[in-house]
Write a protein that binds this ligand. Structure first.
Ligand code: F3S
Length: 641
């Protein structure tokens, strides 16, 4: 039977397991990327593994998230990232060089390779034919140390593209249509593979816009074939040697298929506050807009911004609109500057922002109170812009530029004849802002300012676990409840002793102090504990404070995986009603826990304070049992080395 592209690449990288959807598999990782918000921790974890040089084919450290330096913390982090990269064989993309996913696509992406990145939009690399997956920093650190990446073998959904996009309709409208049809949960446990005759009509940056925002489907990743279009892109980037032809077999099959007729699509927007609340621009109508932002890892390529420049050329931004533009990379920025398009943008009244994530991660440009902002970004969650009551619409660059001129949400088809922006035959290639690692690592001193603190290391699981319940919480506790973020707390991300003071700060102000004083403890929670982001600090900081186990009625998937990674035992009540048998302050005991894990389906917990007992389920794979016993993935990896 013919194979699809995902099956081919996964089979070529398979280390453990079978390619059966739903089963755990381990794959070899060829490339890694990190960004600064997650990278400091990933490199502290890598250092703790004691591996002198990365074992991947290529690892790149980018600085694109916290580029504002309003205090010393971010600057300290940047110097640490630069020197730790030089010492351990990692390339370093300097602040100002661009957004990790855009730069990686331009300069490093290779069809058929695997890429693991500590950023959820790593699937952008699927636009060039990679299996590119977002993961926690510790998983990326393990991959850099040569370890495999474990994942649940996904189902492969084939999206058959037919037809060709009409004038003024763009790649963003394709992924918005996929989101409209599948919803933000439609990709969970799946990889989306694009196929069909319409693929050849899309450029690599257009494909990357589609795979980038596949993250909003909840998909493991998304991928396009590597064809003549890919070859032309790599050639224009001076990297033709990296090209290989890759695609599904003619008789390939998919678990599910969906057809999208590109010619039937219209300019669309995702309405507040979810990326899948998609309507056509015509359906929404000419609502008044206060701000337009063009950029982010979704839509900041050379062709995206050239189309915007062509629309704005010789015109003026509407007086009630603030227009901000952030080119995705230094390459894009320089090309716009040299060909005059940057002058057209400035003359039209655009505010030119640094080549970085900027407003996408809430670093500046928050809209006015109750404002309406049209953005070419990928997320429009309530409050993410920095203004709680703002309404964010996600659109293509064409819709954004047309809107910036009229002051109301506008369909670019009303602009008249479409603009043709060809892909350049040759991009400006200048990698001087990507620093090579040192040839002699012994000459490099890793610079650690006061904001860089050593990584706390957990101890192996004790034979018997006896500790107090430090906190009992209800249902739907998010990673924001556990480890809040924000401008004050985020700069402390490489200083676990400092950031851990804020664990559960908004829920129970005394939690951190009491946990630290107790030395070890339990947390008890209701349903869906740990929902929200993949933030690994929500497991790492409680581990630092001495939390040994969390007992809940149910867990959110990614947070449960992070708890295991940091050696915290995730347990669920065998009988959900038994949550009533535990109160804050009670002392719990699980006798012979280390011996019973992996052999018993349930464990008995004795409430020493009340004398009652109840059963809990660990539900761990043999590998996860070994990780918990070792005190976390870091210790486990060192044991295996
Ligand atoms: Fe940066 Fe926003 Fe992408 S934070 S990596 S531009 S989703």
């Amino acid at each position: 039977m013919g194979k699809n592209l995902v099956q081919k690449i996964l089979a070529a990288h398979l280390i453990e397991g079978e390619l059966v959807p739903g089963k755990e598999i381990a794959i070899r990782i060829d490339q890694t990327l990190t960004q600064d918000a997650t990278g400091t921790m990933a490199y502290l974890q890598f250092e703790a593994m004691g591996v002198p040089r990365v074992k991947t084919e290529l690892s790149v450290s980018y600085v694109d998230h916290n580029t504002l330096q309003s205090g010393f913390e971010n600057a300290d982090d940047h110097r640490f990232l630069q020197t730790v990269a030089a010492k351990h064989g990692i390339r370093f993309s300097r602040p100002g060089n661009g957004i990790c996913h855009q730069v990686h696509l331009e300069r490093f992406g290779v069809p058929g390779k695997t890429l693991l990145g500590s950023d959820s939009h790593t699937p952008t690399g699927g636009g060039i034919g990679m299996i590119a997956i977002g993961a926690g920093g510790l998983d990326v650190a393990v991959a850099m140390a040569g370890g495999p990446f474990y994942l649940t073998c996904p189902r492969v959904v084939g999206i058959n593209l037919v037809g060709r996009l009409s004038p003024w309709v763009s790649a963003k409208d394709v992924i918005l249509e996929v989101l409209r049809r599948l919803s933000v949960k439609g990709g969970v446990g799946r990889i989306i593979e694009y196929c069909g005759p319409g693929v050849a009509t899309l450029s690599v940056p257009e494909r990357a816009t589609i795979t980038n925002m596949g993250a909003e489907l909840g998909a493991t990743t998304s991928i396009f074939p590597s064809d003549e279009v890919t070859k032309a892109f790599l050639k224009a980037q001076g990297r033709e040697d990296a090209w290989v032809e890759l695609g599904p077999d003619a008789d390939a099959t998919y678990e599910e298929t969906l057809t999208i007729d590109l010619s039937a699509l219209e300019p669309a927007v995702a309405c507040p506050h979810m990326p899948d609340l998609v309507k056509t621009v015509r359906e929404v109508g000419p609502i008044k807009v206060d701000q337009v932002l063009i950029g982010s890892c979704t839509n900041s390529s050379y062709t995206d911004l050239m189309r915007v420049a062509s629309i704005l050329k010789g015109k003026t931004v509407h007086p009630t609109v603030s227009l901000g533009i952030a080119p995705g990379s230094r390459q894009v920025f320089e090309m716009l500057a040299r060909n005059g398009a940057l002058g057209d943008l400035i003359a039209a009244g655009a505010r030119i922002l640094e080549s970085a994530c900027g407003p996408c991660i809430g670093m500046g440009q928050s809209p006015n109170s109750g404002g309406v902002s049209v953005r070419t970004f990928n997320r429009n969650f309530e409050g993410r812009s920095g203004t709680k009551d703002a309404s964010i619409y996600l659109s293509s660059p064409e819709v954004a530029a047309a809107t910036a001129l009229t002051g109301v949400l506008s369909d670019p088809r009303d602009l008249g004849e479409a603009i043709d922006v060809p892909m350049p035959e040759r991009f400006i290639i200048d990698d001087r802002m990507i620093l090579e690692p040192a040839a002699d690592p012994s000459t490099v001193e890793v610079l650690r300012g006061p904001n860089i603190k050593p990584l706390p290391i957990n101890r192996p699981l004790p034979d018997t676990l006896r500790a107090g319940v430090i906190l009992k919480v209800g249902d739907n506790i998010t990673t924001d409840h556990i480890m809040p973020a924000g401008a004050k707390i985020l700069p402390l991300r490489s200083n676990i002793p400092a950031i851990s003071q804020y664990v559960f700060a908004g829920v129970d102000a005394t939690f951190a102090e009491r946990a630290k004083a107790a030395g070890q403890g339990f947390i008890v929670g209701g349903q869906n504990y740990g929902q929200g982001s993949s933030r690994e600090h929500a497991a790492l900081a409680p581990m630092y404070l001495g939390i040994k186990a969390v007992i809940t009625q149910s867990f959110a998937r990614i947070h449960r995986a992070n708890l295991i990674n940091f050696g915290i035992l995730p347990l669920t009540f065998a009988d959900e009603g038994d949550i009533a048998k535990v109160n804050r302050g009670d002392v719990l005991e699980i006798a012979d826990v280390a011996a019973k894990l992996g052999t018993c389906e349930t464990l008995e917990v004795r409430n020493v304070t009340t004398g009652e007992t109840f059963l809990v389920r660990p539900d761990l794979t043999p590998r996860q049992v070994a990780i918990i016993k070792a005190g976390g993935l870091l210790n486990y990896t060192k044991e295996q080395a």
